[in-house]
Design a protein. Structure first.
Length: 134
């Protein structure tokens, strides 16, 4: 009897690290603009990003190119690094989303569209949606 309990305890200990490293996959994210980072035009509204849907359709590291190791259980927000207010540098807020690379929203959507895998999304219909008050 004692032996069985020992085995059960050992088994639970084996499971523990996996439980501790569990991570969440947010469903919807309103992307926060870093401080001192002004929108380029009045129509550029905050983006509500259907994250959960994307995370089902694409591997995590298709976007989280840094710190995307599941065993670390850590997925850093893009804006922790991409926060500069310029529109040319890769490290800018703007270029994380509007870049030819498929890590960026526009880059991946463009590639998918060219492959006939998704309809075109315009700036204001797709991402920077107008709120009802406007
Ligand atoms: C299509 C791109 C894309 C895919 C695929 C994706 N993510 Fe994300 N994820 C993002 C973006 C963009 C953010 C918001 C970053 C920001 O606000 O700076 C985010 C944020 C997160 C956050 C919140 C980070 C924080 O502290 O604010 C977690 C956790 C996360 N993702 C986990 C995952 C996991 C796990 C997967 C795979 C199962 C995944 N993501 C797949 C783009 C993606
Ligand atoms: C830990 C810092 C860090 C995080 C977090 C991060 N990036 Fe990056 N990212 C970089 C660096 C550094 C580069 C390379 C910059 C250069 O080449 O000038 C880069 C490059 C890029 C590029 C262009 C080149 C390429 O390899 O695709 C895109 C697009 C991009 N990141 C999007 C994202 C998105 C989207 C997220 C969040 C899902 C994210 N990044 C999270 C640091 C980070
Ligand atoms: C790796 C590829 C990839 C990246 C990166 C990506 N998307 Fe997408 N996105 C897709 C695909 C594929 C679809 C079409 C999904 C479908 O068929 O419903 C889509 C659809 C969408 C839609 C329409 C969703 C709907 O419910 O109709 C929005 C909005 C969107 N993406 C926003 C974003 C934003 C914002 C980012 C960057 C933060 C982003 N996407 C990054 C692949 C990507």
């Amino acid at each position: 009897m004692h032996r069985i309990r020992c085995l059960a305890a050992a088994f639970l200990l084996l499971l523990l690290p996996t439980a501790l490293l569990a991570y969440e996959v947010p469903k919807e994210i309103i992307i926060k603009r870093p401080e001192k980072n002004q929108p380029m035009a009045a129509w550029v509204k905050p983006v509500t990003f259907p994250h959960g849907k994307h995370a089902v359709l694409n591997s995590c590291d298709s976007c989280h190119h840094e710190e995307s190791d599941r065993t670390l259980g850590q997925f850093l927000p893009c804006t922790q690094c991409h926060n500069k207010p310029t529109v040319t540098e890769t490290s800018s807020f703007y270029m994380a989303w509007h870049n030819d690379s498929t890590h960026s929203c526009l880059g991946c959507h463009r590639k998918m569209r060219e492959a006939g895998k998704m309809p075109p999304l315009s700036c204001t219909r797709g991402c920077h949606k107008k709120t009802e008050a406007q």
